[in-house]
Design a protein around this ligand. Structure first.
Ligand SMILES: Cc1ncc(COP(=O)(O)O)c(C=O)c1O
Length: 391
């Protein structure tokens, strides 16, 4: 038994919680068990909650800015966990990674230009590109034998044919769960360097990698690849801080940083959320032990899902994840119609998952489930799915 109890059910309903409180509004039902959006049903450790409470007790929430103590916490985290230490100057504190992707799209491309992604991928990538009147180009990941790979010839061809200006890398990859190897990342980096393509490396899931796999940060690949790099990081996924809106965008090159900051200023954003700063500094200095235990718990959840599917729902195929707490399931043996799949999930199993269609047309027969919840909730969800499919 560890120090933290991740089996504890914490009632999240009636907290304006996006995951639990908006079923009626968003899905037309208020009886769904939600395992969709990527946040977790776990409370933070007391040491972090105490830091936030202390700040709340001060009672004044005027404009705040990150100070050297804040930057030291961020730098130490990345030095100890990811093998690189950003300079304070390289870090821009932002309200989120998606917001920062929008800033990067505006900073590094013009209207009508092409921006590259790899479908199936976290859907705000394509949305952000489209809403900013750029063209979405996808180097679709290749799904073979239950595993996803990059077609590098297609990657380069898409860049050349469309004169791509910016590539949005998802590393580790949501939803397919790949933790890209150093070799794969270096191939990507070489092609982008050769064709002058900026890389936004979204590494928001980098702290959550399963045993046996290693996350390689794009920034550690080598000096020549840093010039056009924008590294998206945040404590929000791993420490469940999404509602406090804080991300650290790391840009080593001054010219790239200036371009990014110009667009950030043009969008009118300046000082970050006061409680977000306190929470981020606190988790980065005091949250390591909690995170390490949590990772073990989530590995247990993954094992539970794998065993359950094997034993009771062999028609659903688990895409073995290497990282992230988002599990990608192939339902193509259940139905060949994505609308029927949605009906099974929502109206019969009474679950709220992320349907594969939103990640790209090719993945219409997939579902993404979030396993960052107490195991009893995961079991309940699978039982509901079993009942729906074996009536
Ligand atoms: C790959 C990826 N990037 C960004 C985000 C969201 O980041 P933020 O809330 O900081 O915009 C998510 C959330 O699920 C994600 O999976």
């Amino acid at each position: 038994m560890g120090k933290y109890n991740f089996d504890e059910i914490v009632e999240r309903r009636n907290t304006s919680c996006l995951k639990y409180d908006f079923g009626l509004k968003r899905k037309g039902r208020d009886d769904l068990l939600p395992l969709w959006v990527a946040d977790m049903d776990f409370r933070l450790p007391d040491a972090v909650l105490d830091d936030i409470k202390e700040r709340v007790d001060h009672g004044i929430f005027g404009y705040t800015d990150p100070d050297e103590k804040y930057f030291d916490a961020v730098k130490t985290w990345f030095r100890e966990r990811h093998g690189f230490e950003p300079e304070s100057d390289w870090i821009t504190v932002e309200p989120g990674v998606v917001y920062s992707i929008a800033v990067a799209v505006k900073a590094f491309s013009e209207e009508g230009d092409s921006v590259l992604i790899q479908n199936p991928v976290y859907y705000p990538f394509a949305e952000t590109i489209r809403l900013n009147k750029r063209k979405v180009v996808s180097n679709d990941l290749v799904y073979r034998d239950g595993h996803y790979e990059i077609d590098f010839d297609d990657f380069e061809k898409k860049i050349v044919d469309n004169q791509v200006k910016l590539f949005l890398l998802c590393s580790p990859h949501n939803p397919v769960g790949r933790v890209w190897t150093e070799k794969e990342l270096t191939k990507i980096a070489d092609i982008c360097l050769k064709h002058n393509v900026y890389v936004f490396a979204d590494e928001i899931h980098s702290d959550f990698v399963y045993r046996g796999f290693k996350h390689t940060s794009f920034i550690t690949l080598g000096g020549k690849y840093k010039e056009k790099l924008i590294l998206g990081t945040a404590p929000s996924k791993i420490f469940n801080l999404a509602g406090l809106q804080l991300a650290n965008i790391i840009i080593p090159n001054k010219d790239t940083r200036d371009k990014f900051r110009f667009q950030n200023d043009a969008s009118g954003y300046s000082q970050p959320n006061a409680l977000g700063l306190v929470a981020a500094r606190s988790v980065y200095t005091k949250g390591g032990e909690w995170l390490d235990e949590l990772k073990e718990y989530l590995e247990g959840n993954l094992n539970f899902v794998r065993d359950y599917l094997k034993e009771k729902l062999p028609e659903i195929k688990l895409i073995e994840p290497e990282g992230t707490y988002l599990i990608w399931l192939d339902f193509s043996a259940v139905t060949d119609n994505h609308k029927e799949l949605e009906d099974i999930i929502v109206n019969q199993a009474k679950l709220w998952l992320d349907p594969g269609i939103i990640f790209g047309r090719e993945s219409a027969l997939f579902e993404r489930i979030n396993i960052a919840a107490p195991r009893s909730i995961i079991k309940q969800a699978l039982d509901q799915l079993y009942s729906a499919l074996h009536k």
